[in-house]
Design a protein around this ligand. Structure first.
Ligand code: SF4
Ligand code: SF4
Length: 347
């Protein structure tokens, strides 16, 4: 079995040197600021209230809102007033920059529906993560933009979860149909490729291997896969991860890494996985969570979303949040995690 080779965007030697120096400086500043464990080093911002998907588990929109309503946005702002939103979001980003934040994660709604804000944000911050549903092409962005496309499972599973009203049903690409086809086409034709972020639930762990082999086979500009798990608001929810199902997901990642190589899972190094899946590292309260303590999470109005982007109702002990494992591993100076981070931050 041939090992997975991540897609690496092209760089001129000058660009590579400049970007490496920026990353080095950012990591150094982050490590210095980590001496003060309460200092915020990053921020997550909802840059639009609009979305073209219809995920039935969405934490942003009411369950009974269809894709037409989501596209209009939850503020239901008339089109001629939309520019107020742009000015407000740029103001929020400027304030974060003035506070010394180096790393922003742009979420939504669907961030690709706010291309002007994306372009502005990459001019303002050295590291910009964009979390997108992947069904809309992103504008061409500078190399400090790193794209994460959310995928829930194999094509049929993903289409049912993300597009229950079949908005994308007629779209076809290389044997794929629906929103999955649109996503694969967009990544393959993108300027700098993308990471795929898979969020599993205990009930579809038996489709893990199928999901990974599909992504590796069909996405030509795949930079790596991020594995995390759904967080629930109610312990009786069948999607709540238990110790047993967390360990099972951890062993599935490990088995797949042995098959394809650890380069496929740059955000799931063995150290990160220990924090994510080993019950002895389980987090019970947000005060124990590096993300909650070190990252500001702001909604479309610049208000705090609570302890994290998942809102206060989410139950920490069920959470398999990748960023948390990543931050804890970096704070533990794990060299494999540091090296993978350097490569991923090249953007
Ligand atoms: S893509 Fe994100 S914001 Fe849009 S409906 Fe799905 S979960 Fe909600
Ligand atoms: S739900 Fe997860 S990310 Fe949010 S505070 Fe709890 S452990 Fe951290």
């Amino acid at each position: 079995m041939q090992k997975f080779k991540p897609y690496i965007p092209e760089y001129s030697p000058l660009d590579f040197t400049f970007r490496s120096a920026t990353i080095g400086q950012t990591i150094l500043q982050t490590m210095v600021s980590s001496i003060n464990q309460t200092a915020k080093i990053g921020a997550s911002v909802e840059i639009t209230d609009r979305c073209n998907a219809g995920c039935n588990y969405c934490y942003v929109y009411p369950k009974d809102w269809n894709q037409e309503q989501r596209l209009q946005g939850y503020t239901q702002t008339p089109p001629d007033k939309k520019s107020e939103g742009y000015d407000r979001i740029i103001g929020i980003l400027q304030q974060l920059k003035d506070e010394g934040i180096l790393h922003v994660t742009l979420v939504g709604g669907e961030p690709a529906l706010a291309p002007k804000i994306l372009k502005k944000a990459v001019e303002m911050f050295p590291i910009v993560w964009i979390v997108t549903n992947g069904s809309i092409s992103l504008p061409k962005l500078k190399d400090n933009a790193i794209v994460f496309v959310s995928i829930d499972g194999p094509p049929d599973y993903h289409n049912a979860a993300r597009d229950p009203q079949n908005f994308f049903a007629n779209f076809k690409y290389r044997g794929l149909e629906g929103i999955s086809a649109k996503i694969v086409k967009n990544i393959n034709e993108s300027h700098r490729g993308a990471y795929v972020h898979c969020t599993f639930t205990p009930s579809h762990l038996d489709r893990f291997d199928e999901t990974i082999s599909w992504l590796v086979k069909d996405i030509k500009k795949l930079r790596g896969i991020v594995i995390s798990g759904a967080t629930v608001k109610d312990l009786s929810d069948p999607n709540a991860f238990t110790h047993e199902s967390k360990l099972r997901l951890g062993s599935l990642v490990e088995r797949s890494a042995i098959k394809y190589g650890w380069d496929l899972f740059p955000f799931n190094t063995p150290q990160i996985n220990q924090y994510l899946f080993d019950p002895k590292h389980e987090i019970k309260y947000s005060s124990q969570c590096a993300v909650s303590q070190r990252v500001k999470s702001l909604d479309y109005f610049g208000q705090s979303t609570g302890k994290c982007v998942l809102r206060n109702e989410s139950i920490c002990e069920t959470c398999i949040c990748n960023s948390n494992g990543l931050m804890r591993s970096l704070e533990a100076f794990d060299t494999q995690t540091m090296m993978q981070q350097f490569l991923s931050l090249l953007g």
